[in-house]
Design a protein around this ligand. Structure first.
Ligand SMILES: Cc1cc2nc3c(=O)[nH]c(=O)nc-3n(C[C@H](O)[C@H](O)[C@H](O)COP(=O)(O)O)c2cc1C
Length: 455
């Protein structure tokens, strides 16, 4: 059996809404490059496969009363700029960043990720998102985000064009032959000519093919459109179910969609979300978590639930249930998160209870190193995931605890790698390198099949 894939999403002082309030936290961590580099190096000590930076290109401009108490994706670096700096300070860990298909053009994105792949020697990964907030939309000439399915339709064409651009050059196109004076072989340049519903591109990328052939593609859609898109294009998926049974359904559903696109189960790694809180004893771990939970301000609690429910909850009493008539008919942003909250409201929980128990696609697992390793082993061996996407509620504290206490236990059980192998992120993950469509037939199948029409 392949090793578990270990990935982590990193943001400032930690992923908990109150992490920055702890005494002694590095309050300006979100713009401290040394802080990120230290974190990435700790991840490399733990032989993590992926260091991931999430993003949305915008910031909230209303409800500042609550927002100003919760620095979630506020005062952050643009991901690829940050990852480029981290590339120079690390050697083996994969470097993933989010770029939205709703607000960019394929040419920019194709170019950015090939650049990162070259300067990291084959460690770049693109998290393809369709974005989920109107604050970002308003920065790009739109009043609101287009509807969910339209965003996925655009995303599908977007990725198709990006992959074609990634094949603008064959792997050995740049011959740099002083004797003949030939810098590149013109026969190995392939101009993209795409005229589609959303994009029109006629040209070639101005950078050589990526060391990985194509940077690795990540996706995290949980809706039907999202899963279909992932089945067609993604190589890593961040899953967002917090119970074993639901995660199993998601895993089987998504893997079951792969054959339709000529893909095998091993071509896609599904990572379960998890927030590990480790302690020397179960009580110590629980106390670490509750100390953070106690620090959440009620305004922030209302805002976090309201954001994913897509309703303004400011002013609602914390110790009463959210009125059923406030539930919108359907979600336009994150369907999986929305469904989780709606289920909690329908079960009669109060706003305070929901705010403390709602897990944004990530299960909090607290306990001793053995208990956390047991949980991970159960999910992995139970065919629910190929690995884990962690968030750490405090940084670098809980990350370091995990690397020092849980990773050795996982290594002892033979579940994770003891050291890195292979030259690129793809090789380390056991993902095949896309052959160039014009390369000699022996090199493998074409990297970019024709754009399937949406059904
Ligand atoms: C671990 C993880 C990381 C994510 N990172 C981002 C991100 O950086 N930017 C973003 O707009 N959405 C992000 N998402 C949200 C997903 O892209 C997706 O919108 C969400 O899971 C809802 O699925 P749907 O779009 O199919 O409805 C992330 C989701 C997960 C589980």
């Amino acid at each position: 059996m392949a090793n578990m894939v270990l990935a982590t999403l990193v943001q400032g002082t930690g992923a908990h809404p109150a992490s920055w309030l702890r005494t002694g936290s590095t309050v300006d961590a979100s713009l401290d490059i040394d802080f990120y580099i230290d974190a990435a190096r700790i991840c490399e000590q733990g032989k993590f496969d992926l260091f991931f930076i999430a993003d949305t290109p915008g910031v909230r401009t209303d409800n500042l009363q609550a927002w100003s108490k919760y620095p979630f994706y506020t005062n952050v670096y643009e991901p690829l700029t940050l990852l480029s700096a981290i590339a120079g300070a690390t050697k083996q860990i994969g470097l993933g960043g989010t770029v939205s298909t709703s607000f960019f053009e394929p040419y920019n994105v194709a170019r950015m990720f090939v650049s990162l792949d070259h300067l990291s020697h084959g460690r770049a990964a693109w998290n393809v998102v369709t974005s989920a907030d109107d604050y970002a939309a308003r920065n790009f000439g739109l009043d609101r985000l287009p509807p969910h399915d339209q965003r996925y339709e655009r995303a599908k064409e977007f990725v198709h064009v990006v992959k074609q651009l990634w094949d603008s050059w064959e792997d050995d196109a740049f011959v740099h032959d002083r004797a003949s004076g030939l810098y590149f072989d013109p026969a190995k340049m392939h101009v993209v000519d795409h005229q589609g519903k959303h994009f029109s591109v006629n040209g070639a990328l101005n950078i050589a093919r990526a060391p990985q052939g194509h940077p690795v593609i990540i996706q995290a859609g949980a809706s039907d459109a999202g899963k279909e898109f992932a089945a067609e294009t993604a190589e890593i998926v961040f899953a967002s179910d917090v119970t074993f049974d639901k995660a199993k359904l998601f895993y089987d559903d998504l893997k079951g969609r792969l054959p339709k696109y000529g893909r095998a189960a091993g071509d896609l790694k599904i990572l379960a979300g998890m927030a590990p809180v480790v302690g020397a004893t179960a009580e110590e771990a629980e106390a670490k978590f509750q100390d953070l939970q106690r620090l959440i301000h009620p305004d922030v609690a209302r805002m976090r639930v309201g954001r994913d429910l897509e309703v303004d909850l400011s002013g609602l009493p914390m110790d009463e249930p959210i009125p059923l008539e406030l539930i919108p008919e359907k979600a336009n942003f994150h369907q999986a998160y929305f469904n989780q909250i709606v289920a909690m409201i329908r079960s009669g929980m109060t706003l305070r209870e929901i705010s403390l128990e709602y897990e944004r696609g990530i299960a909090t697992v607290r306990g001793t190193p053995q208990q956390i390793a047991d949980h991970m082993e159960e999910w992995f061996a139970g065919g629910v995931c190929d690995g884990f996407m962690f968030i750490f509620y405090t940084m670098p504290g809980l990350l370091r605890d995990f690397v020092e206490m849980v990773v050795p236990e996982l290594q002892r059980r033979g579940l994770v790698q003891i050291d890195y192998s292979g030259d690129t992120m793809r090789e380390r993950l056991g993902l095949s390198r896309p052959a160039h469509p014009h390369a000699a037939p022996a090199a493998g199948r074409a990297a970019v099949p024709a754009l399937a029409t949406s059904d």
